[in-house]
Design a protein around this ligand. Structure first.
Ligand code: UTP
Length: 299
């Protein structure tokens, strides 16, 4: 652990969760998408677990008026705990205590959904002088296995500046993503970023490295966020603030993550994640596998 501790460059993680979740309507009329369960655990707990495992001590959840339940999820539930204790339900007790024990959770409010960059900016008052860099984790994006933020932290310790996460995507599938313009470093999984192109046609893509929802951002990002103007969709884009930093000579690198990812932000991606996790679940996996195999063979 000494190696990990010496390259720990952040202690606060920000999770923006103030979006409208329109792709999940009508459910998101009443339930924030971050609380929808992947098997039995909300996506926000999976992402908070990743933040805690990467060494974060504090989680600032940016949420909107009416979505307070996302933060309340991390508060202890003493009455429920007593009821489960009385019934001897120790496995369930352990499950409900897991979230609140992960790390210190604070809230920041984004009154209006004015974009991801604007959401991240709302967390600045929660920071202290010790926060020279912050991690940002998008709760829609499951990056598996956990651990990429620790690698990103080691890259910041070496190069300074900000570090983002990327996946190497086949060129013909690159169009839905933000794609990095990069040059190599001595490490094949670490590249220096010179720019970014949103949703390019395959022939216009500057590389095959696509952005994922993990960022390790130098504190300078908050100053950049104050200086950008609304971009696509009239929203303040986090990537525009990163682009401004690059333009001003601030070092930005990517770590290419080798693993899986799930997009929990739309029903199709969410279902895939739920099935993936459920197939590995000792309680539900075997029966689900049998049922799915039969179901797929039905006309
Ligand atoms: P998305 O655009 O994927 O989420 O933003 P959304 O806006 O909630 O979903 P749709 O598009 O309407 O279905 C990525 C992340 O940024 C947060 C979202 O909550 C999500 O976690 N976000 C986005 C904010 O916190 N505030 C915003 O103004 C926009």
């Amino acid at each position: 652990m000494t190696g990990a501790a010496s390259t720990q460059t952040f202690r606060t993680a920000i999770v923006p969760a103030a979006g409208l979740g329109t792709r999940f309507l009508p459910a998101t009329k009443a339930v924030p998408k971050e609380l929808l369960p992947v098997v039995d655990t909300p996506g926000i707990e999976l992402v908070a677990t990743e933040a805690a495992e990467s060494g974060a001590e504090r989680l600032v959840i940016v949420t909107s008026p009416g979505k307070e339940s996302v933060v309340n999820y991390f508060r202890p539930a003493p009455e429920l705990e007593s009821a489960l204790e009385r019934k001897g339900k120790t496995a369930l007790l352990e499950k409900i205590r897991r979230g609140p024990a992960l790390l210190d959770v604070e809230v920041a409010i984004q009154k209006e959904a004015l974009g991801l960059g604007h959401a991240v900016a709302q967390a600045e008052p929660n920071l202290t002088d010790a926060d020279e860099a912050v991690a940002v984790l998008l709760p829609d994006d499951l990056v598996l296995p956990s651990g990429v933020l620790s690698r990103m932290s080691a890259v910041r310790a070496e190069y300074g500046g900000s570090v983002l996460c990327a996946f190497d995507i086949p060129k013909e599938q690159i169009s839905p993503y933000g794609v990095f313009d990069v040059t190599d470093t001595a490490d094949p999984d670490v590249k220096q970023v010179h720019g970014m192109v949103e949703k390019p046609a395959p022939e216009d893509a500057p590389s095959t490295f696509a952005a994922a929802g993990r960022y390790l951002l130098d504190r300078a990002i908050f100053d950049a966020l104050r200086r950008i103007t609304p971009g696509s969709g009239g929203e303040l884009q986090l990537t525009d603030a990163v682009a401004l930093l690059i333009k001003e000579g601030h070092p930005v690198h990517i770590v290419v993550h080798h693993g899986d990812r799930h997009d929990l932000g739309n029903p199709g991606g969410f279902l895939r994640a739920a099935v993936d996790f459920a197939l590995d679940d000792p309680e539900y996996g075997p029966a689900l596998r049998t049922w799915l195999t039969d179901r797929i063979e039905k006309p």
